[in-house]
Design a protein around this ligand. Sequence first.
Ligand SMILES: [Cu+2]
Length: 107
Amino acid sequence: MKVTGVMLTASLLFSMPCFAKEVVVEIYKKKFIPQEITIEAGDTVIWKNIEKRQYHNVWFKVLGEEEPGYFFPDETYQRTFNDAGDFPYECGPHPKMTGKVTVKPAI
Ligand SMILES: [Cu+2]
């Protein structure tokens, strides 16, 4: 059987996580809102800085990662979680700002 372009496209689509979604965490008054979220593997978290003038970052320090750069009001930072597990994080300049992403296996 000859494989057509349409069939290839279809098989690529179906091999992707079907319900991968984007979840927004807002950052306001030095808090991650919501502070803890649960998502499924393949989902993307978008952190949105909605402060008036305060910068922040999202640092997965306890996972041994390097501190990323800051992002400023009206800017976002995003990350896709492909593996299940607990991913606690904090803000480098404000260590009291903590949050956690819990990733469940995709169904
Ligand atoms: Cu901060």
